[in-house]
Design a protein around this ligand. Structure first.
Ligand SMILES: [Zn+2]
Length: 312
């Protein structure tokens, strides 16, 4: 992946909106911490979703950014969750230049009915999303192969589904700790992900795994001590939190990379999409000669006219 710190130097002093890679030399593990603050909050406030959805959009985005940071790619990484509802879709993507966006689709009546039915009970994704799957796609342009991974949603949290994905598809042990919360009116999200180095994975498979297993268990216990409050605290930056957790494990912290809210919608793309629609649907969205269409990702409203559709 490109070094984003060259790209977005203006916010390089920000302690939030970062991908912080690190390594634990004593236990031969590598990790990354993603910390989202103002950029996530901008994304959330551009939508007008209820908080129960804001929470899931935050989780989807922070997971997407951490998974994208594991890959070398030049293009767009997308995490898409599609389900039987009431929240029918969650999407987050990140370009290799660090631009992020996220949105959700949901059935308002079904969600209201569910919340009314369950009261203050904390609802897991098994209830909010129902049955469905999580797909990862990397799009590197028209003449390249699309990388795609897919996994069924499992358990009550998105983290459980991601862990299920790693266990099944990649066979990489992974420790993940995630938290999202609204603090002083601002949405924040954070994740720490730990993984074996590839050479240790090979060692484990070759049966040299005892010392490695001990390292893994010890580090997972340290990761478990990390609280949700610490993960999203505006007063505890990523290096300070990582030091607090892993200072005895030979912690090495690398230069952070930065992410930024940026949509890729364009009027031309929207016009092309409308041209592909059946005539009935086109008639339905047009009020006289023009139609107002809202980008699902950033809520920007575009006005298109029938003349736009006729132009070559
Ligand atoms: Zn947009």
């Amino acid at each position: 992946m490109t070094d984003l710190s060259d790209d977005i130097t203006s916010i390089a002093t920000d302690a939030d909106n970062i991908i912080q890679n690190f390594q634990l030399d004593n236990s031969s593990l590598r990790g990354r911490m993603v910390r989202l603050g103002s950029e996530l909050d901008d994304i959330i406030t551009s939508h007008e979703y209820p908080d129960i959805i804001n929470q899931l959009v935050s989780e989807t985005l922070v997971v997407a950014v951490s998974l994208a940071s594991m890959l070398k790619y030049d293009g767009i990484f997308t995490l898409q969750i599609q389900t039987s509802g009431p929240i029918t879709m969650l999407v987050a993507d990140q370009t290799s230049t660090g631009h992020i966006r996220a949105c959700a689709s949901y059935d308002k009546d079904a969600l209201d009915a569910l919340i009314k039915d369950r009261g203050n009970e904390k609802l897991g994704i098994d209830v909010l999303l129902g049955k469905g799957h999580m797909a990862f796609t990397v799009d590197q342009g028209p003449d390249t192969e699309r990388y795609q991974g897919i996994v069924e949603l499992k358990g009550k949290t998105l983290v459980e589904s991601v862990q299920h994905y790693f266990n099944q598809s990649e066979q990489i042990g992974s420790g993940i700790k995630m938290a999202c919360d609204k603090i002083d009116g601002q949405w924040r999200a954070s994740v720490i992900m730990l993984q074996h180095m590839p050479e240790d994975q090979a060692n484990t498979e070759a049966g040299n795994g005892n010392a490695i297993e001990d390292d893994w268990r010890r580090t997972m216990i340290l990761l478990e001590t990390c609280t949700a409050e610490e993960l999203v605290s505006p007063d505890l930056d990523a290096p300070a939190l990582l030091y607090r957790l892993f200072h005895e494990e030979g912690l090495r912290i690398f230069e952070p990379k930065f992410v930024k809210k940026q949509c890729r919608c364009e009027k031309d793309k929207l016009v092309n999409a409308v041209r592909m629609m059946p005539q009935d649907d086109i008639d339905h969205i047009f009020d006289e000669d023009s139609a107002k269409l809202k980008c699902e990702f950033c809520s920007k409203v575009y006005t298109i006219t029938k003349d736009d559709l006729d132009l070559e």
